[in-house]
Design a protein around this ligand. Structure first.
Ligand SMILES: NC(=O)c1ccc[n+]([C@@H]2O[C@H](COP(=O)([O-])OP(=O)(O)OC[C@H]3O[C@@H](n4cnc5c(N)ncnc54)[C@H](OP(=O)(O)O)[C@@H]3O)[C@@H](O)[C@H]2O)c1
Length: 296
């Protein structure tokens, strides 16, 4: 026990807090502490028995994160509009041994968000993790947006995250806590001349994240945002078709020297969904190969 205390000496409360939450560390007198610490580390990232929803989880970044959550032990509900893609994604998760299901969802419809959350709780008896990932973009100069186009982007990327979070709140509160992960963007930080609606929605999503984090901290619900860099998905394939030089511009500007892949988001999703992040809330974390750290 002495060795464990020495190792955690810089943070004297850490062991106690972990114990209080979900991990019991039981060091014996034979100096078997390293195996016990290993167990703590594993439990910090263990999602066994937890139920997660990933909106827009039927492909792209959503499916990349769903794979991570499932690998950590969670049951994962993929919720989106395209059923064919959804069923293919569920089959892919099932092939790796995960328990998952597809539910139809249009995040722009409040009733659809409520129905999807209710169906999840009815089927799986709880809800621990909500990933607000569904997103869209309409690329054009700001002066030419119609009101309908503007609302489509804002309703999907921002208001949909609010609707789903509102619908999830009672179940999480009743369960004694939960995790909400909102998917922002580099455009949560930067502006763009060809995606004003997208940038406005993703910037506001970070402020919504902070506001929910503050409001629901008392309920042990942590709310954080992830800001992906440039990731190779259907969304960015569309952007690359639209802006010919985009592919090379991203490569030049990204210190890691590559585009991201959806699985690059799996680790942060597990961290923010797991007990490891119980004292992290209201944060907006870039996962971007260094893109947002790069100056001119
Ligand atoms: N790729 C990147 O470089 C990048 C960078 C930063 C942030 N992001 C964000 O990451 C998230 C995922 O994007 P992605 O790149 O993985 O693109 P994607 O493959 O096009 O995925 C977008 C997902 O959103 C879903 N969706 C869109 N509108 C919806 C609605 N009204 N209701 C329910 N689901 C809806 C789509 O489902 P359906 O197939 O059913 O329409 C799809 O699964 C988005 O929020 C995006 O803004 C992406």
């Amino acid at each position: 026990m002495q060795l464990v205390e020495q190792r955690l000496g810089d943070a004297p409360d850490a062991l106690g807090l972990v114990r209080g939450r979900s991990v019991s560390i039981d060091c014996d007198d034979t100096g078997n502490w390293s195996r016990q610490l290993e167990k703590v580390a594993m439990t910090l990232f263990d999602l066994t028995g937890h139920v997660a929803i990933v909106t827009g989880g039927n492909g792209g970044i959503g499916l990349g994160m769903a794979r991570g959550l499932a690998a950590a032990g969670a049951t994962v509900v993929l919720a989106a509009r395209n059923t064919e893609k959804g069923e293919a994604a569920v089959a892919a998760l099932a092939a790796s041994g995960a328990r998952s299901a597809f539910l139809a969802l249009d995040v722009a419809e409040e009733g659809s968000c409520r129905a999807m959350i209710e169906e999840t709780v009815a089927r799986f008896a709880r809800l621990d993790i909500l990933v607000n990932n569904a997103g869209t973009s309409i690329r054009k100069p700001p002066e030419s947006y119609t009101a309908a186009e503007w609302h489509t982007v804002l309703d999907t990327n921002l208001t949909g995250a609010l609707f789903c979070s509102q619908a999830a709140y009672p179940a999480m509160k009743e369960a004694g806590g939960g995790k909400i992960i909102n998917i922002g963007s580099m455009y949560s930080i930067f502006g763009t001349s060809y995606g004003a609606a997208y940038a406005a929605s993703k910037g506001a999503l970070v402020q919504l994240t902070k506001s929910l984090a503050i409001a629901w901290a008392k309920d042990n619900i942590q709310v954080n945002a992830v800001l992906p860099g440039w990731i190779d998905t259907e969304l960015t394939q569309g952007a690359r078709r639209h802006v010919a030089e985009l592919h090379d511009r991203v490569l030049t500007r990204t210190p890691a020297g590559r585009w991201g892949v959806p699985e690059d988001l799996a680790g942060i999703a597990v961290f923010l969904a797991a007990p490891a992040s119980d004292f992290v809330t209201g944060a907006a974390i870039p996962v971007d190969g260094g893109y947002s750290s790069m100056g001119a």
